[in-house]
Design a protein around this ligand. Structure first.
Ligand SMILES: [Mg+2]
Length: 334
């Protein structure tokens, strides 16, 4: 059997059952945004991500942003746990003919991102390969009161999301369809969210203090990542699609390319916004307070219900007609 036949999520489940039970020093193992392990009393978050040329990026993407994003996506997983990043390891596989300038620029991006979030690159490894592969591992710390998991959503909770969704997918479309200037990448707002995602460290830690329950970052898509929270928490979710904060970029790209901005927001992925649940009473306060504290928008988009899976409804409460199409790394069309 080939990996494409079972898909990414089934493959992870298969590996998880092979690994089996962990020792007591593993507080959180496979299945959340990061692992939490304990070393002689202190607890450490561990997360890793791989970026592969022609899967996650192409040679049209500026190396500075490839480097920046490779670190930011890992720090976003630390944010989803309520933590702060500390140390970073970078392993690189490069074709022999890679330009030194490419490596320099990529590392400048990595260093810029690490500095922004007060983390430091402390080591790594290098190998030869046919395509560029960047593997980043980030460690972090989290106080027990700030630690957040996917498995703690409760029936009746509001579902909230930071920022807006679909901006990254819109940027990717713009690049793929060649509607941005080659030289203008850094100044082009349309593709900025795709190239330079924000990790919501400050927001997550602030929301933890205000009583967030289950938290995850949106990497695959709103639909798939909310499905993860539902599975882990043994609950269902109902989303009112009219409340989803669709990114300006997603509305903007529609002028140039025939696409549905709402679908980009629901299934585009790579927005790295926080998806969280909180009691209805807390939700109102969170929306106001987060804006005052960080300037980041927080939107209430639905409710956690009994049952399983994610249901989409329109403002009248009718079933919303939408075909699930989140990006699966092995089964996906890309
Ligand atoms: Mg994640």
């Amino acid at each position: 059997m080939k990996v494409s036949e079972i898909g990414e999520f089934n493959l992870i489940d298969r590996i998880k059952s092979m690994i089996g039970r962990h020792g007591d020093d593993v507080r959180i193992g496979i299945g959340d945004d990061a692992a939490l392990v304990s070393f002689d009393g202190s607890e450490v978050l561990l997360t890793t991500d791989v970026l592969v040329e022609n899967v996650h990026f192409t040679n049209e993407i500026p190396p500075h942003s490839i480097g920046y994003k490779s670190i930011a996506v890992n720090i976003s997983d630390i944010a989803a746990m309520g933590g702060k990043p500390k140390h970073i390891l970078v392993s690189l596989s490069l074709p022999e003919n890679t330009e030194i300038d490419f490596v320099d620029e990529m590392y400048k991006g990595m260093i810029d991102c690490a500095k922004k979030y007060n983390a430091g690159i402390v080591g790594g490894n290098m190998s030869r390969s046919s395509e560029i592969v960047i593997n980043v591992t980030v460690t972090g710390t989290v106080e027990p009161e700030n630690l957040r998991k996917r498995s703690t959503a409760s029936v009746g909770d509001s579902i909230l999301v930071t920022g807006s969704l679909g901006g990254s997918a819109a940027g990717l479309l713009a690049i793929e369809k060649g509607i941005v200037d080659q030289g203008g990448y850094h100044n082009n707002d349309l593709i900025k969210k795709h190239l330079y995602p924000k990790a919501r460290i400050e927001e997550s830690r602030f929301l933890a203090k205000l009583g967030s329950r289950a938290v995850e970052d949106i990497s695959d898509s709103l639909f798939l990542d909310l499905s993860n929270i539902c599975l882990a928490s043994n609950v269902g979710a109902v989303i009112d699609v009219s409340k989803i904060p669709v990114a300006l970029e997603a509305k903007e790209i529609k002028k140039a390319i025939d696409c549905n901005p709402l679908n980009l927001a629901l299934s585009g992925g790579e927005d790295y916004e926080l998806l969280l649940t909180a009691s209805k009473e807390q939700a109102k306060n969170m929306i106001e307070s987060l804006m005052i504290e960080t300037g980041t928008e927080l939107s209430e988009i639905g409710e956690i219900v009994e049952g399983s899976g994610v249901r989409l409804i329109d403002p009248d409460g009718e079933e919303f007609d939408y075909e699930k199409s989140g990006f699966d790394h092995f089964k996906g069309a890309k």
